[in-house]
Design a protein around this ligand. Sequence first.
Ligand SMILES: [Zn+2]
Length: 236
Amino acid sequence: MPAPAPPSRQQALGAARVLAHQVAALLGSDVKVLLSVHDNRSTMISFRREPPLLRLRVHHLFLEAPHAVVEAIADYAGRGKRAAGKLLDEYIAERQERIRAEARRASALSTRGACFDLAEVFDRLNQLYFQDTIRARIGWGRNARRGRRKSIRLGVYDHRAREIRVHPALDRPDVPLFFVEYIVFHEMLHQVFPSARDSGRHVHHPRAFRDRERAFPRYAAALAWEKEHLHALLRR
Ligand SMILES: [Zn+2]
């Protein structure tokens, strides 16, 4: 049975707001909870207390936790009650099957190339520019066709699967990191600004998309690099 897809960005945002609010309410009015959601199963839940701030990072499975588990999160992360961790462990253990199934799906995508780790790039950009709200898998595209071609798609975003693929021609030591970042940033923007219809025409990159893209710090450098090296990428 295929694993259900992780929640969409909109779903996760809504549920995260509710969860942050619930935890804050349990801890008292002077506590502010900053919650971010991830799909990383190695650290299901982590936190940092910087009073009055509580920074909380949870696996998306906690977004659907029943009230008793939410209370345990507040006790564990907010009040330092280690005993509450037991209920959290149980909650996670009961969902191991699903976590593993999701991980199997995710591992079908390879993120670590010879030169760049796309998961690392994605996580960094997500924190820096999207407040950790982009929900997508990422991986290198497969079996690049060798030889001459007329065009090359360096990145692609699949809305339905919430999946970003980056062309393996970029996994080379002579490709600068900022260019890979630019490609990934561009595909992440597709989740924030889906293509729209404008007077009957399908606009793949709406104006808001373009504006945000231009705000990328190395935007001009990335375009210049692409222009200068595209012919070499096409030959790979
Ligand atoms: Zn695009």
